[in-house]
Write a protein that binds this ligand. Structure first.
Ligand SMILES: [Fe+2]
Length: 247
């Protein structure tokens, strides 16, 4: 069995379809998401429908999932984020908003032969506080709350991986991470729908518990179609511009 762990899909249908096609080619047969299925891009409803249809083993709530589903005013948001939240609310069915509102902040999953692993959008120490894991120091705080061998996170849209053995090492993540027993790992799976590490390709993680491997994949997708939809939906043009530069 292999997992595809997706994060920060953010309503980008073309990126989600390209990622799922690659995941299936790789033989991924289980799916999980570390949150923010919706927000920013123009196909939140379609992305929800497709991802829920995969019968995922775990999905946790992201900050955009929360903002969009809680119905509260967007006071204090920057104008671009506020517009995206309000627009996305209008696109979703009541049932979809309720589903998002009921997502848990963290989820523990079990991989047969490997053991348990955990999903959280932001940080384990305060999942609903939406803090960022950017470096060794913020990773260290998270490890203090991490009881299982591996934890997958998102939120920054920047793939990173940290290993805790005697000390903590790690940083930007690409390629394959070989897991060792009796160590702990913290992996940011990157963003499917709005990468911010300077690489505009969609990102996701393949997790093979049998091989003890975690691999970051990057996938081209039809970004022009995504951008056209953003502009014709009257979402802020900056949301299209940033996709092309991966920021
Ligand atoms: Fe996000």
């Amino acid at each position: 069995m292999k997992y595809a762990i997706l994060g920060d899909i953010h309503g980008n249908l073309e990126a989600l379809e390209a990622v799922l096609a690659r995941a299936r080619e790789l033989g991924c047969d289980h799916f999980a998401c570390i949150g923010d299925i919706v927000g920013y891009n123009a196909n939140p409803h379609e992305c929800l429908e497709i991802f829920r249809g995969l019968d995922p083993v775990g999905v946790v709530k992201g900050n955009h999932d929360e903002y969009i589903s809680n119905g509260e005013e967007t006071i204090g948001f920057n104008p671009m984020a506020a517009r995206a939240v309000e627009w996305t609310r209008e696109q979703l069915l009541d049932e979809e908003l309720e589903w998002l509102a009921e997502l848990p902040y963290t989820k523990i999953c079990t991989a047969p032969g490997f053991g348990r692993f955990q999903l959280v959008h932001a940080t384990l120490d305060h999942p609903e506080g939406w803090g960022y894991i950017l470096d060794r120091f913020t990773a260290e705080t998270n490890f203090e709350y991490q009881h299982f061998a591996i934890c997958f996170v998102g939120h920054t849209h920047i793939p990173v991986a940290f290993e805790k053995n005697n000390g903590i090492k790690g940083g930007p993540f690409s390629g394959t991470l070989q897991l060792e027993r009796n160590r702990k790992y913290l992996v940011n799976v990157g963003s499917v729908g709005q990468p911010r590490d300077g690489n505009p390709q969609a990102a996701f993680v393949e997790f093979s518990p049998e091989e003890m491997k975690v691999t970051l994949h990057r996938v081209d997708y039809d970004m022009e179609a995504t951008c056209r939809k953003i502009l014709s939906a009257d979402l802020p043009p900056r949301l299209a511009e940033r996709l092309a530069v991966g920021r």
